[in-house]
Design a binder for this molecule. Structure first.
Ligand SMILES: [Zn+2]
Length: 160
């Protein structure tokens, strides 16, 4: 479509930077983590929420609240606004992005089935908004999980 995007992944330097940026410690993710940390939240980074699926890691994980956060890179996860298919090797890249999207969906579903709250964001979203939404969800879930614990304890003591 537009000329600037055409040769994107075709130069080795660009490809190298795409590959090295795709996993952890991306700038948007660090910004979100800093905001959460400043508000007193503690979390695990690049961690598999479900210990039976160690390869399916989330970017930020709140184990007690059971909230898994993914901050998806616009390029790698096929953001409608920012993903531009490169002209060179376009079949390769489009099927790669399709597989990524498919895996994202699978992981979200797998975690939800196991009782996790899954939050997915795009890296282009404002860090403050992302952090707010995460904070709200973690707080909700933490208090709900505490209720469950109290109820459980109560039931157990009744049975004695
Ligand atoms: Zn985007």
């Amino acid at each position: 479509m537009n000329g600037t995007a055409g040769s994107w992944a075709s130069t080795p330097a660009v490809r190298r930077s795409m590959v090295s940026n795709r996993r952890r410690d991306t700038k948007p993710e660090i910004a979100v983590r800093k905001l959460l940390h400043a508000r007193g939240f503690r979390y695990r980074v690049d961690y598999a929420p479900d210990r039976g699926h160690l390869r399916n890691r989330a970017d930020i994980v709140f184990t007690r609240a059971r909230v898994a956060v993914f901050i998806d890179g616009c390029w790698w996860h096929g953001c409608k606004q920012h993903h531009r298919a490169p002209k060179a090797n376009s079949n390769y890249w489009s099927s790669k992005i399709a597989r990524n999207t498919e895996r994202d969906r699978y992981v979200s579903e797998m975690l939800r089935e196991r009782g996790w709250t899954v939050l997915r964001f795009w890296e282009h979203q404002r860090a403050a908004e992302v952090a707010d939404e995460i904070a709200r969800e973690v707080s909700n879930r933490s208090s709900r999980n505490m209720d469950t614990q109290i109820v459980t304890t109560h039931v157990v003591s009744d049975q004695k």
